[in-house]
Design a protein around this ligand. Structure first.
Ligand SMILES: *Cc1c(COP(=O)(O)O)cnc(C)c1O
Length: 379
């Protein structure tokens, strides 16, 4: 009697049908936040920046993990991100960096969100609204050299002369942002610190916040009452050129779709832009720039199979990457198995280097199509 076909009993592994799987270690994220928190405490508190869907890693998993680790203050960029986060964390303090231009004061107040007020028009709009509703909190950003968002020096002088626009609401934080914090010796760091201190002296007393990930490592002078790390929490090195104190958070693997022999001198990929220097084997992976693997890392960077390097060859396509697997045991390179693109040995900063960019861009580009799998507890 033929055995009837039975469905497999085990639940398929999450992402089993995916071309690429982005494995996100929530414990590593929490422990990175804790490391920064312990570095600045008790003098300062540690917030978490979770803008851009927690730097592409998924705010709905990442933010609650950070809250469980003890984080109470969160920064997002947009009003929509703030509202999404509010639904996840009913009690957290949430500030919206892009400011009041993103929506009406009522939109912020209804979501229990603090706008970061970036000019005097926003200050007066919040004051007008808050005057009718009690002491609603907001943050105030001062531009000390980024020249991106925040009160200009002229506006700051006006507010210092007459701080009455700040009356009637709760000034929860005065903040500014460093332009060169990842270069500790850059003179701009101390210049901005001095300008920030002068602003704090000129304005009514309020808690202060200057540093993001890299600024924390410039020393306690830069930490004030609150630090606002993002990238370091997600494993990006806050100290470029020096050993990374943060834990690696990501493991990215892409499925091998096909393996082929290629002769010496044959070209690989679009534009026939790269040729085999010797006869060898190519594996094609189910990951491309549409998944966030940056096209600028074409011909560069490397995957790994069983820990053995398999360099990228040819251009990255939308859905596919070709890697040179010539030296690797053919038994380990089979369609349906996986090649590693990010792991403990090759992190987002390495991928960024190969793509001529920074870890931030690698992170935020990832995960558009690759399946995210979250780990907690021991792997
Ligand atoms: C994005 C951002 C941060 C976080 O910066 P990281 O370098 O990722 O730590 C902090 N503050 C402001 C104003 C930001 O825009």
């Amino acid at each position: 009697m033929p055995t009837p076909e039975r469905p497999p009993r085990a639940r398929p592994r999450a992402g089993a049908k995916a071309g690429a799987i982005l494995d996100i270690d929530l414990d590593a994220i929490a422990s990175n936040w804790t490391l920064l928190h312990e570095r600045v405490t008790p003098a300062a508190r540690c917030a978490a920046v979770v803008k851009a869907d927690a730097y592409g890693l998924g705010i709905s998993e990442v933010a609650p993990a950070l809250a469980r680790a003890g984080c109470k203050t969160f920064f997002v960029a947009t009003l929509d991100e703030g509202l999404e986060l509010r639904a996840l964390l009913p009690r957290a303090q949430i500030a919206v960096l892009d400011g009041l231009v993103m929506g009406a004061p009522a939109d912020f107040a209804k979501g229990g969100l603090m706008p970061v007020l970036n000019d005097l028009g926003q200050v007066s709009a919040w004051q007008t609204y808050a005057a009718r509703r009690g002491k609603l909190p907001a943050m105030l950003q001062i531009d000390t050299g980024m020249r991106r968002l925040g009160l200009s020096p002229k506006e700051l002088r006006a507010l210092a002369r007459d701080p009455s626009p700040l009356d009637g609401f709760n000034l929860a934080m005065i903040l500014s942002h460093l332009a060169c914090a990842s270069e500790p010796a850059h003179p701009m760091n101390l210049e901005q610190l001095e300008l920030f201190r002068a602003a704090l002296r000129a304005l009514p007393r309020a808690p202060a916040s200057l540093s993001a990930s890299s600024g924390i490592f410039l020393g306690s002078d830069f930490c004030h009452d609150l630090v606002r790390p993002g990238a370091a929490i997600y494993g990006v090195n806050p100290l470029p050129g020096r050993p990374n104190p943060m834990k690696q958070v990501l493991h990215l693997k892409a499925k091998i779709l096909q393996v082929r022999d290629v002769d010496r001198g044959e070209s690989v990929g679009y534009g026939a832009a790269q040729h085999m220097e010797r006869a060898g084997r190519i594996a094609t992976l189910a990951m491309g720039y549409a998944d966030g693997w940056l096209r600028s890392s074409s011909h560069r960077g490397t995957a790994r199979i069983g820990g053995k390097p398999a360099p990228v060859i040819g251009r990255i396509s939308m859905d596919l990457i070709t890697i040179d697997v010539t030296g690797i045991d053919p038994a380990a390179v089979q369609p349906g198995t996986y090649a590693d693109l990010l792991d403990e040995r090759y992190g987002v900063d390495d991928a960024a280097h190969a793509a001529d960019t920074i870890g931030y861009e690698v992170l935020t580009a990832l995960g558009r199509r690759c399946v995210r799998v979250y780990r907690r507890g021991n792997r």
